[in-house]
Design a protein around this ligand. Structure first.
Ligand code: 13P
Length: 251
């Protein structure tokens, strides 16, 4: 399955978010999208208007950027998976490196969130990736697999097929530095093989994320184990995101 997801991160006013969505809807007809599953992930406050704007565009799905594992309760400032489902959100990004780095999210948090997302029929988009020191030390395969293993360790294998994995090397996020196609393929193939060996599941999409843009996407998307992208900066520019869908569709 080919999948392109845009992570808008903490950007845009309500109006700017609506304008971006309008441009995406115009450029991403069912025909333009073809067999590519497209996901947009706006900040929480823009989720309702985005869901509303997409009511007649079932070929574009909406993801939240985070969600709390508890169904409700005294967790000031948090939004539960149950609330996201109630708002008709389809998916949720879990364990993004920015959540791990800046908000102290642990592998245990990620595991709890994946379980809660599945319980509420949200598709988890589980992010893993190594930091630069781990890349340099040559431990990146073990590090990324350890994150992924922890995320799925207590999930039923039949539910894992419903999940999406995103490999996002931290050193490539927002830095302009992109993993080479060979670097991406190496990690994707490894993670897929480990998923098969450990859980007996290997058909979930594995996305690449990290400074992916129209100028470098063709080579990355052409890799056998790269099923699409999780796009940050370039997803805020409608023309770039639409072009990325076209490149993925043609890959
Ligand atoms: P950039 O595409 O801006 O590097 O961000 C990638 C990312 O973090 C997507 O989740």
């Amino acid at each position: 399955m080919k999948l392109l997801a845009g992570n808008w991160k903490m950007n845009n006013t309500l109006e700017e978010g609506a304008d971006l969505m309008e441009a995406l809807i115009e450029g991403l007809s069912a025909e333009a999208v073809g067999d590519v599953r497209v996901v947009v992930s706006p900040p929480y406050l823009q989720l309702p208007q985005t869901v509303h704007a997409l009511w007649e565009n079932a070929h574009i799905a909406v993801a939240a950027q985070n969600g709390h594992a508890a169904d409700g309760g005294a967790f000031t400032g948090e939004v539960s998976m149950a609330m996201l489902r109630d708002a008709e959100v389809d998916a949720v990004i879990i364990g993004h490196s920015e959540r791990r780095q800046y908000f102290g999210e642990t592998d245990q948090d990620v595991s709890d969130k994946v379980k809660s997302a599945l319980k509420h029929q949200l598709i988890p988009i589980v992010c893993v990736g190594e930091v630069l020191e781990q890349r340099k030390a040559g431990t990146y395969l073990a590090e990324t697999w350890a994150q992924l293993h922890a995320a799925f360790a207590s999930v039923k294998p039949e539910d894992i097929s419903d999940c999406v994995i995103a490999y996002e090397p931290v050193w490539a996020i927002g830095t302009g530095e992109v993993a080479s196609a060979a670097q991406a393929q190496e990690v994707h193939a490894y993670l897929r093989a480990q998923m098969e060996a450990t859980f007996g599941v290997s058909d979930m999409p594995i996305l690449y994320g990290g400074s992916c843009k129209p100028s470098n996407a063709e080579e990355i998307f052409a890799q056998k184990d790269v099923d699409g992208g999780l796009i940050g900066g370039a997803s805020l520019v409608a023309a770039d995101f639409i072009e990325l869908v076209r490149i993925l569709k043609a890959s």
